[in-house]
Design a protein around this ligand. Structure first.
Ligand SMILES: Cc1cc2nc3c(=O)[nH]c(=O)nc-3n(C[C@H](O)[C@H](O)[C@H](O)COP(=O)(O)O)c2cc1C
Length: 360
């Protein structure tokens, strides 16, 4: 099978979740024996369709423009058995780069009007065009984000170019956070599997699609974490790209958000076979207590005071947030007596060893 994979995300440098998903799909397709040509539209010069209909009249089947679309991409697209269109969801639909690409495939249809079996008017094809797979990712957690795109694609598809699969991944930006490593692994493995299935059967099984689309973020935690992330970007004057490059950490602004975020920076394995209790007493901007029950395979956060903590940290909230967001050095702050620790200090060092940030 000859496949063209068209990626319209403008984000390079490993930041695009569209590309992340597409790469896994393509890996599966190749493993199943397909020849796959990936085209990153961000690297190409593709002019807008100007609606001149030269491709229907003076030079039938040939666009008036001379650019990367005419010289390189369009011939590849025509020769493909299957086209994968991978687009970030922008305002509930494909982004403008993908839309520009789609418009420039107009030479493949003829100007004439025919009726399909449902009595709707359509333009007959000039050439055989590839069957399609749509892949899209979005930021929000609700599956309904893709309703408008899916509805549009199914209403506008050509009767002779079937859509063989639609793959939609919500909350895609969360896939690369430390919190969801396991879920992301499963989603990406399933996406690779989907690539194999597409080549072997021209469809994706319900089981595989179920794994790809699995809900993995709690909508309340999603909003809390997302808001902290954006507040931190605004406060520090950094873009998400810079935030990631600097391995920054969102700054909690309440006990609740601290309890949500703090576990991602803990090395739970330091607890070994036992359950370790880590107690915090905060003062200042946030006055409250909470503790974490840390076992090697899970961390539970609870508000209040534990009867038997292994380690207790008493600190102004701001001081600890400075340490957590790497604005202050934890050891230096300890030496300067900005916070107090009682209990097993060696355990504390081991627990805090994993300090790699929350988004990679
Ligand atoms: C202009 C713009 C519009 C967006 N519109 C939506 C949207 O309607 N729904 C949504 O859930 N996410 C939306 N997003 C978020 C993107 O879909 C999300 O960041 C996605 O990961 C981008 O794909 P990429 O990582 O491949 O670049 C939008 C992002 C941008 C920049």
């Amino acid at each position: 099978m000859n496949v063209i994979a068209v990626n319209s995300s403008p984000r390079g440098g490993g930041r695009s979740k569209t590309e992340l998903m597409l790469n896994h799909l393509v890996e599966g397709m190749r493993a199943a024996g397909a020849e796959v040509d990936t085209v990153n539209l961000r690297e190409k010069k593709i002019k807008n369709c100007i609606g001149c209909f030269t491709c229907w009249t003076k030079t039938p089947g040939q666009c008036i423009h001379k650019d990367d679309m005419t010289t390189e991409i369009y011939p590849k697209w025509l020769a493909a058995d299957l086209a994968v269109y991978a687009t970030p969801l922008y305002f509930h639909t494909m982004n403008s780069a993908m839309s520009t690409f789609k418009e420039r495939t107009l030479p493949a249809v003829q100007p004439f009007f025919e009726k399909d079996t449902a009595g709707n008017t359509f333009h007959p094809l000039r050439h055989k065009i590839p069957a399609t797979v749509w892949l899209s990712v979005c930021g929000f957690p609700e599956a309904s984000e893709f309703d408008a795109l899916s509805d549009y694609l199914n209403r506008t598809r050509h009767q002779d170019a079937p859509i063989v699969a639609e793959i939609y991944r919500t909350a895609a930006e969360n896939m690369t956070t430390a919190f969801y490593e396991d879920e992301a692994r499963d989603i990406l493995d399933a996406t690779t599997r989907a690539g194999r299935e597409l080549v072997e059967t021209l469809t994706i099984s319900a089981e595989t699609l179920g794994r790809i689309t699995q809900p993995f973020v709690d909508p309340t935690a999603f909003a809390q974490m997302g808001n902290l992330f954006w507040k931190t970007c605004i406060a520090e004057g950094v873009t998400p790209k810079k935030f990631d490059e600097e391995n920054m950490v969102p700054r909690p602004d309440s006990l609740e958000t601290f309890m949500l975020l703090f576990p991602a920076g803990l090395n739970a394995e330091a607890a070994g076979n036992r359950k370790v209790i880590l107690q915090f007493h905060f003062s200042g901007q946030v006055d409250g207590t909470c503790y974490f029950e840390v076992a090697s395979n899970r961390i539970d956060a609870r508000e209040g005071t534990s009867a038997n903590p292994d380690l207790t940290i008493e600190t102004p909230f701001d001081v600890w947030m400075d340490i957590m967001t790497r604005k202050a050095d934890g050891q230096q702050m300890f030496l300067d007596q900005k916070y107090r620790v009682t209990g097993d200090l060696a355990l504390m060092i081991a627990l805090f060893k994993r300090d790699e940030g929350h988004r990679d």
